[in-house]
Design a protein around this ligand. Structure first.
Ligand code: UGA
Length: 448
């Protein structure tokens, strides 16, 4: 398909920014990516990615080499070259759980300043037009602030629009999610802006939902909160299964066949983590409170998730009686498989609770050990699952890495001091555990 090449600027070389920059460049656009962290940019230029994302390094390398992607360290440079500017900087949590929008504000002010320094007309005498787009997850009404700031601080004589185009990228699957999305959501306020979006996304086949800016902002928070809700819901049902002897895996399967419910995100376990769900659910609760609505449903979603993590510790006590002085092996530290990310990983709360009970923890993760060391510098990090399990009284699985499915459970049983397993993600074959002679527990299916 013929792509109408556009000059696209991406501000922020984090997970969202880099993936967006690489994908637009791969689609044939000219892309400039800016980040004020000069060391980070130097490393990216040398093909050292700041995080692990499958396929990203190759894509950045290729698009830099063919000239469709360049990196800069100032917004001024980017604003000069690009008429379409995506803001993809971080929106971390404040202490009260809201979204810290100071990075978005700083970037907006920088854009306004940069526009002051550029020509107001093209060579053909046309007025310069800039489209400023929110890509990072922001609470509803942020677009209005961006617009107001640009109006107040930007130069007169330059036309611009503010739009929202939220991302729905999952870590570990981000490139595919960008190139083959379930939908593209675009909040615009002018035909001109709408047309630009049609052009930049022309080569992607997906339903495109055009809406106003506020609704687009809401779609992102409402979607992530709903996904978190779905997981908390199935985890609540897993608690009922535990109490009556049902099997949550069967219950989820039976529910999931109903197309109105769907099978995805009905996997029970120790709950959700990662850099997005807690941040977004909390920001949505705070925003709702600020505008006079008590979103108690979402407060419960968050509380169920917190309790679900600690449920593993209760199970450990049920198996071992006292945890004090016991050695416990933890396999899997990242918040989900195929990533080294431990931000808000359930493993953090669980390990902290085990240590508080007086247990000693040895752990193993194929990718995430280094990152976990900043939370727990003093626990033992092992090179493989077997050294973590040696002499342990209990083995707990916290992340469903593929390599754990094929462990030699006979060998594990021999090297452990007591034969106990807790599978916090319901992914180990119960038959294998039984055959090896383990006493084992799942979540919501202890009859398995
Ligand atoms: C999530 C959303 O899925 C993306 O659509 C969104 O763009 C992204 O946040 C974001 O806002 O940037 P991500 O955090 O990468 O993506 O991870 P998910 O794959 O959604 O998993 C989140 C957590 O839920 C993980 O801890 C996972 O183990 C857990 N989970 C997921 C379950 O416990 N059960 C399930 O059935 C599914």
């Amino acid at each position: 398909m013929h792509v109408m090449k556009k000059n696209i600027g991406i501000i922020g070389a984090g997970h969202v920014g880099l993936v967006t920059a690489g994908c637009f460049a791969k689609m044939g656009h000219h892309v400039v990516c800016a980040d004020n962290d000069t060391k980070k940019i130097e490393k990216i230029k040398k093909s050292e990615m700041p995080f692990y994302e499958p396929g990203l390094q190759e894509m950045i390398e290729e698009t830099c080499k063919n000239g469709s992607l360049v990196f800069v360290t100032t917004i001024a440079e980017l604003a000069k070259k690009c008429d379409i500017i995506f803001i993809a900087v971080g929106t971390p949590s404040t202490e009260e759980g809201g979204a810290d929008l100071s990075y978005v504000e700083n970037v907006t002010v920088e854009i306004a300043k940069a526009l002051t320094g550029i020509k107001k007309e093209t060579a053909d005498g046309e007025k310069i037009y800039k489209l400023i787009i929110e890509k990072s997850t922001v609470p509803v009404l942020t677009g209005e602030w961006v617009k107001r700031t640009l109006e107040l601080m930007g130069p007169t004589g330059i036309e611009f629009d503010v739009a929202a185009n939220p991302e729905f990228l999952r870590e570990g699957n981000a490139i595919k999610d960008f190139m083959e999305p379930d939908r593209i959501v675009i909040g615009v306020e002018s035909e001109r802006a709408r047309k630009i979006f049609e052009e930049i996304y022309a080569s992607i086949k997906a339903p495109v939902i055009f809406t106003d800016v506020k609704s687009a902002e809401l779609i992102k928070h409402a979607s992530n909160s709903f996904l978190a809700l779905k997981i908390s819901y199935i985890n609540a049902i897993s608690q009922i299964c535990e109490r009556v002897g049902g099997d949550i895996e069967k219950v989820a399967e039976g529910m999931g066949y109903d197309k109105r419910i769907g099978r995805d995100f009905l996997k029970a376990g120790i709950g959700w983590g990662g850099s997005c769900f807690l941040k977004d659910v909390s920001a949505f609760i705070k925003l709702s409170e600020d505008i006079g609505y008590k979103f108690n449903l979402l407060k419960d979603v968050r509380e169920i998730n917190r309790e679900q993590r600690l449920f593993v510790v209760k199970k450990a006590k049920d198996l071992l009686w006292n945890l004090k002085g016991k050695e416990i092996a933890v396999l899997g530290l990242s918040f989900k498989p195929d990533t080294d990310d431990v931000r808000d990983a359930p493993a953090i709360d669980i390990i902290a609770a085990l240590l508080k009970e007086g247990a000693s923890v040895k752990c193993y993760d194929p990718e995430a050990s280094e990152n976990m060391k900043s939370f727990f510098p003093d626990i033992v990090y092992c090179e493989n699952p077997y050294s973590a399990a040696e002499d342990a009284s209990l083995l707990i699985f916290l992340t469903e890495w593929d390599e754990f499915k094929t462990l030699d459970f006979g060998r594990l049983k021999k090297i452990m001091s007591m034969p106990h397993v807790i599978d916090g993600r319901n992914f180990i074959d119960a038959k294998k555990l039984k055959e090896a002679g383990f006493i084992y527990r799942f979540i919501g299916r202890d009859k398995a």
